[in-house]
Ligand binder design. Structure first.
Ligand SMILES: NC(=O)c1ccc[n+]([C@@H]2O[C@H](COP(=O)([O-])OP(=O)(O)OC[C@H]3O[C@@H](n4cnc5c(N)ncnc54)[C@H](O)[C@@H]3O)[C@@H](O)[C@H]2O)c1
Length: 389
């Protein structure tokens, strides 16, 4: 029998199908309608995984008005949202003024709930507050740090998703750990087996990066200034050499510290020939790429389209830098970011937190605080049940 050939499946279909928790939550929301009559304003990256979250909120009865973050909006996602009944303000932009205008246009619609990513919406809300905002969520650490000083002013329920243990181990450790190894292989097409990898930073992200390179058969060491975390790395079975010794033997160096200038031109003399420098930290400052490129010991550099910059040193050695020091799992050819399942967990926390605020079960004292333990437990139990079904 002729089945008529394969039907086209879009990235949005694939994500919606893979994000099983959000799908289940959307089905529940369709019955309970927690957001009936409410407008939710969202300022978060517009890409297929967030589209699945916004569609889930819409299924719960919300009118969703969205805009993206600076430099991360995908036009394809904007088109998809508009075609599916979600207002999307603006489009891809790297211009802070255009982004600011988009955020203000969103706030002018006076949402009942805000879903923020980096504090952009809540910070502007105070410039022209309105009656009726019930509270909202903030996705990131940087947003939390921006909003904490405003806590007394906000006096609304505002839950920080990043501070959930589920986000810490599900996304920071496992998803970024796996994604960093995947990105190293995707960009370099090189083997990880037997390679000496040094990871700078043993926080929630560094632990995952170290563990995933080890499971890909690398010989991993950790450089971490905090004595307790250095001990933790040692007890986890990693070598913890002094940084100069680690750098001198590393085939691959990965920084995940959140700090600037972790590897600089001052280190060039002590690096192994052919070393690959990688960063998965949020800002492109952990590897001082301009300083490395401009050092007098560097005779020149070459760049591949795939995001590898090769520094040719005057003494004949070479040093490779991936994606110019930008977050490696979000750069280079076909970057996919964190796995759908890890975002499914984080975004279900988002949906359930907004539901609780909409239903009035979170009081105003819960302002810039972590996700309530009961919501963590609900989401964790649902994921395990689906995984075992
Ligand atoms: N790539 C991604 O998708 C992604 C996702 C989540 C977080 N991040 C970023 O990863 C970075 C680390 O996040 P985290 O949650 O693990 O932070 P964290 O603060 O828990 O851990 C960072 C660790 O780095 C150590 N450190 C600081 N300076 C150092 C140095 N010069 N040398 C060695 N170690 C140093 C600190 O002592 C700390 O233990 C942050 O920039 C964060 O924003 C990236």
């Amino acid at each position: 029998m002729d089945h008529g050939g394969p039907r086209p499946l879009s990235r949005f279909d694939w994500v919606a199908d893979s994000a099983r928790l959000l799908r289940q939550t959307g089905e529940a929301f369709e019955r309970t309608q927690p957001f009936a009559g409410l407008r939710i304003g969202t300022g978060i990256h517009l890409e297929p995984k967030t589209a699945a979250l916004l569609m889930t909120l819409k299924r719960g009865g919300a009118t969703v008005v969205s805009t993206g973050n600076l430099n991360s909006t995908q036009q394809e996602t904007v088109d998809y949202l508009r075609a599916n009944g979600i207002e999307a303000i603006g489009g891809p932009t790297a211009d802070p003024e255009v982004h600011d205008r988009d955020l203000r246009e969103l706030l002018a619609t006076r949402p009942d709930l805000l879903l923020d990513n980096g504090g952009d919406l809540f910070v502007r809300y105070f410039e022209a507050p309105w009656d009726g905002l019930r509270g909202g969520t903030e996705e990131t650490t940087s947003g939390r740090d921006r909003l904490l000083p405003l806590r007394d002013k906000i006096r609304l329920p505002l839950l920080v998703i990043n501070d959930s243990p589920i986000k810490q181990f599900g996304e920071n450790t496992h998803a970024v750990g796996a994604g960093t190894v995947e990105s190293f292989i995707r960009i370099t097409n090189r083997i990880t087996n037997g390679r000496r990898v040094t990871v700078f930073g043993y926080g929630s992200v560094g632990r995952g990066v170290a563990e995933y390179f080890r499971s890909f058969r690398s010989i991993v060491s950790v450089v971490e200034p905090q004595p307790v975390l250095r001990l933790r790395a040692l007890l986890d079975g990693f070598d913890v050499p002094d940084r100069e010794i680690a750098l001198a033997s590393a085939d691959v160096v990965v920084t995940v510290t959140g700090a600037p200038d972790v590897v600089t031109a001052a280190d060039l003399g002590g690096l192994r020939d052919g070393v690959v420098l990688v960063s998965a930290g949020h800002l492109p400052w952990e590897l001082d790429v301009p300083g490395l490129l401009g050092d007098p010991s560097v005779a020149g550099s070459d760049e591949t389209a795939d995001g590898i910059t090769t520094l040719r040193l005057r003494d004949g050695r070479s040093v490779h830098v991936l994606t110019r020091g930008h977050m490696v799992n979000l750069a280079g050819p076909r970057p996919l970011g964190n796995s759908i399942e890890s975002m499914d967990l984080g975004f279900t926390l988002q949906a359930r937190c907004l539901e609780a605020i909409a239903l009035g079960t979170i009081d105003a004292g819960a302002c810039v605080v972590p996700v309530p333990a009961a919501i963590d437990a609900l989401v964790a139990a649902a994921y395990v049940a689906l995984a075992r079904s």
